[in-house]
Write a protein that binds this ligand. Structure first.
Ligand SMILES: O=C(O)CCC(=O)C(=O)O
Ligand SMILES: [Fe+2]
Length: 336
């Protein structure tokens, strides 16, 4: 049996000069060689503009057409973004044993996890080129005792960062409410009270044409707010059968609509498919902030918006179970 220490990609990838066969993607999933970069980009939205109504129109349009956009002037300081990204990089740079120890404070092993490849490591036929740290981060401070304590400022910096992201997420959700015609505060409480952070580390890969850092997927969230490394490309969004790279923009966040919001809006907003490709020269770090409902909360098309629901009702707990069991086939389970 392989130990977690042996599995972590960051632990062995520096001394392996070829891609192990268990990481070679089937032909139809491989990114291949990117020859001509796409001329398309996802929309960029300035949240600091004075025309509130116009900002809402832009957010709604981007969420309908792409399911993805980037935001600038979002109110989170550059200093805090840099501090958070640096502390997450320092975490993944620690010796493997230390990382594993720092993620072992929950006796049930659920409220802080470190894993290689994907959460489905044992079930995945083919592995992905990344290590991930994840834990819940509600503004109440619940679960804080399970977070890493190393690097030594981890809890302080990540605590501040996730508080700010919670504020930003709610501002964006409020604008979506206004744009969609949902009651103000629709997402406050049960639909958003379970935020989680996922810190991905993609080490350099000897042959990026054969591997993926993260498989094509939609997020099982309401929305996701992503902080990505400023220099290193990797994230791509599927739009009209074309993979569009999400360019790193200084001090911007990437925002994407999750599958749950697609359900709530009965398909009006799209939980777009995306994936991460690797590169041979630089490690990439990204930090996803997932807005999750509480497990018992019912997920269904909003009655205010919809006459004929195309998705059936289920609890978030049931939804998440199907999401991990069915993968891309979850669409069949969701249809009413
Ligand atoms: O690493 C990235 O850029 C994307 C991460 C992602 O898609 C996810 O966590 O769901
Ligand atoms: Fe994602």
């Amino acid at each position: 049996m392989e130990t977690m220490e042996q599995r972590l990609i960051s632990n062995w990838s520096k001394v392996n000069f070829s891609v192990p066969s268990s990481f070679v993607q089937p032909l139809d999933c491989r990114p291949g060689k990117v020859t001509s970069p796409s001329s398309k980009t996802i929309p960029l939205i300035d949240l600091g503009g004075h025309d509130h109504a116009h900002t809402i129109i832009q957010i709604l349009k981007a969420s309908e057409e792409y399911g993805f956009f980037q935001v600038i002037n979002h109110g989170v300081s550059k200093n805090l973004m840099d501090e958070a990204l640096n502390i997450f990089k320092e975490f993944h740079a620690m010796p493997p044993k230390e990382k594993i120890d720092e993620c072992s404070k929950d006796p049930h092993g659920v409220n802080c996890k470190l894993y290689a490849s994907s959460e489905n490591y044992k079930k995945d036929a083919i592995q992905y080129w990344k290590d991930t740290l994840t834990h819940p981060c509600p503004p109440s401070g619940e679960f804080l005792e399970f977070w890493p304590q190393k690097p030594h400022k981890y809890r302080e910096v990540v605590g501040k960062y996730t508080q700010e992201l919670n504020k930003l997420a709610h501002e964006i959700l409020e604008m979506l409410c206004e744009g969609l015609g949902l009651n103000q505060g629709y997402f406050i409480g049960g639909l958003s009270e379970n935020p989680v952070v996922l810190v991905h580390h993609y080490p350099p890969c000897p042959d990026p044409s054969l591997t993926l850092g993260l498989a094509k997927h939609r997020d099982p969230t309401i929305i996701t707010i992503l902080l990505q490394d400023q220099e290193v490309h990797g994230l791509q969004v599927l739009k009209d059968d074309e993979w569009i790279p999400v360019e790193p923009i200084p001090n911007a966040f990437v925002v994407n609509i999750g599958l749950i919001l697609q359900i709530i809006t009965n398909g009006r907003l799209v939980g777009a498919e995306h994936r991460v490709v690797t590169n041979s020269t630089s490690a990439r770090t990204s930090v996803a902030y997932f807005i999750y409902p509480s497990f018992s909360r019912i997920i269904e098309p909003a009655q205010q918006l919809v006459d004929v629901p195309i998705y059936k009702s289920m609890s978030f707990g049931e939804f998440r179970k199907s999401f991990y069991e069915k993968g891309p086939k979850i669409e069949q389970v969701l249809q009413s």
